[in-house]
Design a protein around this ligand. Structure first.
Ligand code: PLP
Length: 411
């Protein structure tokens, strides 16, 4: 059996005496300090570097918001407060996390379909901006605000009439549970304004995980055009246009980093040429995975090495219950290999026989890496799965099969 390719190991991870270094410490030290594997390690310095690079590439006036659902680890959120301009939450739980982290309420937004009355009340009482997903949600939010005696901060989430091409998860263009269709958005904004609410503007999110700069540039141009058209229809300048995000990261073979410099230059030009109705508006991007994915490594230990019909399996103490995405069961159609390494022999040559790395769950879905070119694994080795900083611990079915949750560590 020949080896199958894996995604690119992110730059910035080096070896010292054959040991993978994360945030200046070896994987072995990190797993020992956490008392046991499996373990998610997040390198804070890498996150801050990403944010700085993004700010350098984007127009100076653009705000950068972080979508909490990518990684809600509390110490990470708390450390991020001084680095990022706002948090986007998608549930009352995430909203509480944003507040607990110390983000001020006027820099927090709350999006997502199916907000319950209690969640709307929490958001209204806290004074955060609610990104309205439907006309009926708007009516409920306004009624609850009336009862609370507070002036609601409401933005309208628009289901755009275009899509972000090449995105891994489409969230616009067609019938969608997200936002209000573009042809009804202006009427909803008008209703919100007439009800006396503090209308905060537009939220237009067209998709996720795009690696093609041209596709993002095109979607941003369409987003600005849509915001212009809608604002002209309402005849009010929106205080904020949330341009969405969709910046992808390379997980799989053949994928490469997004060219953010090109996106930033194009966005700068587009904003410079914006129409009068957007002249005094503020603009924001909301990014999740692009900010945090590469900074996270999932460390798990080889419990058993076995052979079946000439194929070698390394069985680890983690699995899809912590890192569902690496198993290919989180939003991918065709399973491909995430970048993965033996952390205590990082950079060592691969054995000629490939290794399939599986988790400890009793299901064939728990496949973490198929037929990988790795050094021959031994019991006790540490396996590092890269690109684990987003949609890892919190996006995996940790109750499945009754194992302990993974530990998490921010460096
Ligand atoms: C999920 C989500 C994000 C973050 O998406 P990433 O692909 O992680 O950048 C941002 N905004 C909204 C509205 C979302 O639903």
């Amino acid at each position: 059996m020949s080896a199958k390719p894996m995604g690119p190991i992110p730059p910035g991870f080096a070896a010292q005496d054959g040991q993978l270094i994360i945030g200046g410490r070896t994987a072995g030290e990190l797993s020992a300090s956490a008392s046991d594997t499996p373990l998610f390690v997040y390198d804070g310095a890498m996150v801050w570097k990403r944010i700085a690079a993004l700010r350098a590439a984007m127009p100076a006036a653009l705000s950068i918001h972080y979508a909490i659902k990518a990684n809600p680890f509390a110490p990470l959120l708390a450390a991020m407060v001084g680095q990022i301009d706002g948090f986007d939450s998608a549930s009352a739980g995430e909203l509480e996390m944003a507040l607990a982290a110390g983000m001020v309420s006027d820099r927090i937004s709350f999006a997502g379909p199916g907000k319950r009355d209690g969640e709307l009340e929490t958001a209204l009482a806290a004074g955060v901006t609610i990104n309205l997903e439907s006309e009926s949600e708007a009516a409920r939010a306004i009624a609850i605000a009336d009862r609370l005696g507070t002036r609601p901060r409401l933005a309208v989430r628009v289901n755009p009439d275009f899509e972000l091409k090449g995105s891994g998860m489409r969230m616009g263009g067609g019938a969608k549970p997200f936002g209000v269709d573009a042809d009804r958005a202006a009427a909803l904004a008008r209703r919100v304004i007439d009800a006396g609410a503090d209308w905060r503007g537009w939220h237009i999110f067209a998709g996720s995980q795009a690696l093609d700069a041209d596709a993002i540039i095109a979607a941003q141009a369409q987003t600005l055009a849509l915001a212009t058209r809608l604002s002209d229809d309402v005849a009010v300048s929106p205080p904020l246009v949330n341009l969405g995000g969709g910046f992808g990261v390379p997980y799989f073979p053949g994928e490469a980093e997004l060219d953010i410099e090109r996106i930033g230059a194009a966005l700068g030009e587009a904003l410079d040429m914006r129409e009068p109705v957007l002249r005094n508006s503020a603009f924001a991007l909301e990014l999740g995975r692009w900010v945090v994915a590469e900074a996270g490594v999932y460390l798990t230990r080889v419990v058993d090495v076995k052979w079946s019909q000439g194929e070698r399996f390394a069985i680890v103490d983690g699995g899809l219950h912590h890192q569902l995405a690496a198993s290919g069961n989180f939003g991918t159609v065709i399973r491909r290999n995430y970048p993965l390494a033996i952390a205590n022999r990082f950079g060592a040559p691969a054995d000629e026989v490939p290794t399939t790395v599986v988790g400890c769950l009793c299901t064939p879905l728990d496949l973490l890496g198929a037929a990988l070119a790795l050094p021959a694994p031994e019991v006790g080795d540490l396996v590092a799965i890269f690109m684990a900083g987003a949609y890892g611990a919190s996006a995996s079915p940790s109750a499945f099969l009754g194992h302990e949750p993974a530990q998490e560590l921010l460096l």
